[in-house]
Design a protein around this ligand. Sequence first.
Ligand code: JD8
Length: 389
Amino acid sequence: MRIDVVSIFPDYLAPLDLSLLGKAREAGLLDVRVHDLRGFTHDRHRTVDDTPYGGGPGMVMKPEPWAEALGHVVAQGNPGGRPHLVIPGPGGTLFTQAIARRLAREPWLAFACGRYEGIDERVYEHAAHDLGLEVSVLSLGDYVLNGGEVAVLAMVEAIARLVPGVVGNAESLVEESHEDGLLEYPVYTRPQTWRGRQVPAVLLSGDHAAIDRWRHEQRLARTAARRPDLLHASHADADLEVRLAVPADAPELFTLTRACWVQEAQANDTLDIPALVEDYDTVRASLASTRTWVARRGGRLVGSVRTEQRGDELYVGRLMVAPDLQGQGLGRRLLEHAESTAPDGIRAYRLLTGAGSVANLRRYRRAGYRPVPGEPSIPGTVELVKRRR
Ligand code: JD8
């Protein structure tokens, strides 16, 4: 990923040379370039600001130096390539983990660090309409900074660490706050007893299912205590309707299934996946042979899961969440719902996923599922089971 930053205080961005990001730059995973805006002025005083039209306090950043700086950055790129321009500002859209994930998929980002009272508004228009850049005005949070540099430091770190390879074990990326709508669980390390304080016994038990459950409960409790807005957000789905599917759901379900299994095909490097090749009639017919649950929010089909009883086991399958809504805990809630529908006599839950579906495997593990040892019933898949409590 290439990242350009323009600022009148380029030294402010020096922390991007350090730690993981510094190593990622050395490893060629990140190409970070910092530009001094004053380098694009031509007067003796290298002037970048002037008094505001209409009067008022402070100074405003002049448009011309910005146009030259952005023009220079764009001109350095590969022909036809254009950066996604991010301009931090207290009036911008709140920067979130979901936005960090989206920007982490971009090949080229440019950040414009404003100062003073801000940048002449025509620069935003010039970047979007004359340079043809996608422009995002983002805010770090509801408080006022003196300029954009601190915001850029935070945004670049939050984005760059999601670039594959930047963070050593991607494992840790999944368990984090805001990754799935919940805050993280408390962590402990040696010594077992410290100044008379103990580590919670469950963490010493070796019972990974119990540890996963305890951690999940801790996450829910912390989120309820510290960020009920998040909890409500993931439960905002108060307007989330989960019900058995009816034939009228089949068209949307067919489309959602195709959309959701594209990433599974990518993760498993195959298109030969039943959910991806089944035709509409097969999906419609499956509504009669399995208990298929659909989740709707505001009328939109946002997720689904199906269950099938086989002996004393409940097979859970086709768990899906609309790609743009993933990471908000919907999948976790649909899985919990599927399990909650298990009739008496069910002893365990069983599900199947692609061996390459690393993120799924992690989520199922966190939900208490364990891989079934031995050869999978379908090559290239992993079967997981969880004892019913
Ligand atoms: C960019 C100039 C200072 C802001 C007059 C103070 C982001 N969450 C955030 N808070 N503040 C910023 C931010 C502040 C900036 C600039 C970002 C450029 N200033 C201005 C308006 C009031 N001074 C930010 N992201």
